[in-house]
Design a protein around this ligand. Structure first.
Ligand SMILES: Nc1ncnc2c1ncn2[C@@H]1O[C@H](COP(=O)(O)OP(=O)(O)OP(=O)(O)O)[C@@H](O)[C@H]1O
Ligand SMILES: [Mg+2]
Length: 263
């Protein structure tokens, strides 16, 4: 059976979908079969992020309502033969329950090595469906007070539901600000949340995952490395943390920090 992992957050817009796509692409590049499930009902994002919008015919709702077979709803990412998307319900006209989602995710996990569920923000019905359908959870958080406070609530809820396999990804961290003591480091975030760290994703102007991976052959860029490390950490007890502060250490780093501040 494949692993069923939900990607959640307290606060919205902290990077769940970005990180779900990045990890999925990195796992697929390592020859694992991956299915991304977009559970952000009515607010489909993953098809757009992966450039698959025009290929979507059926969606999760159609599978639940028996309008199509699960296989018919899956959309393959061109050029990455082992990565599929189960698109979210595009027009939410009815409510769904965890019992609708669980059998679908379970079926997917019998075929794919990894099923990654991109949950909606907050602790609404979509969140509950995601955590019930999975047995591991990644909480995405940014190193800002509001995001941390909401992540803390989510982690308490997960613990309350008896879900212990929880890891944190710190997104949008900035090496220059951490070096200046203006932003919490990844260690501080993990300590505050009392939750193991899966890894970090620094703030990046080039976070467009799909194009990063498409052009991997000609440009082994930073984003590809960052998500490959996260994918590695998912499979290993020995976690590697991307050194987002290296550019800001030493004399050169001091100049870079000063330049960033003056921009
Ligand atoms: N590390 C990063 N550096 C720069 N921009 C980022 C980073 N991570 C995410 N973003 C940007 O932040 C925005 C929100 O990201 P994303 O859609 O992944 O968040 P989300 O948590 O899935 O949002 P929602 O709660 O609405 O589902 C996007 O424009 C994305 O490109
Ligand atoms: Mg999202």
């Amino acid at each position: 059976m494949g692993r069923k992992i939900s990607i959640v957050s307290g606060k919205g817009g902290v990077g769940k979908s970005t990180i779900a796509c990045g990890i999925a692409l990195a796992l697929a590049k390592s020859n694992f079969s991956v299915c991304l499930v977009d559970l952000d009902i009515g607010l489909n994002n993953l098809d757009v992020y992966l450039g698959l919008e025009n290929k979507v015919v059926y969606d999760l709702g159609d599978c639940i309502n028996g309008k199509c077979r699960l296989k018919q709803a899956l959309v393959n990412l061109s050029g990455v033969e082992n990565l599929y998307l189960l698109p979210s319900v595009r027009f939410a006209t009815e409510n769904y329950a965890a019992t609708d989602i669980e059998p679908i995710v379970s079926k997917l996990s019998s075929v794919f090595d990894f099923v990654l569920i991109d949950a909606p923000a907050g602790m609404n019905a979509g969140f509950e469906m995601a955590i019930k359908a999975s047995n591991e959870t990644i909480v995405v958080v940014t190193p800002h007070v509001s995001s941390l406070r909401d992540a803390d609530k989510v982690i308490s809820r997960l613990k309350g539901a008896g879900i212990n396999n929880v890891n944190v990804v710190v997104n949008r961290i900035r090496g220059d600000m951490v070096a200046r003591g203006e932003m919490l480091s990844h260690e501080q975030v993990a300590r505050l949340l009392k939750t193991p760290l899966l890894g970090v994703v620094p703030e990046s102007d080039n976070i467009n995952i799909y194009s990063s991976f498409r052009f991997e052959r000609i440009a082994k860029n930073k984003e590809v490395v960052i998500f490959s490390i996260l994918a590695h950490n998912l499979r290993s007890d020995k976690k590697i943390i991307y050194d987002y502060q290296s550019r800001y250490k030493g004399v050169l780093g001091m100049i870079r920090r000063a330049m960033k501040r003056s921009l």
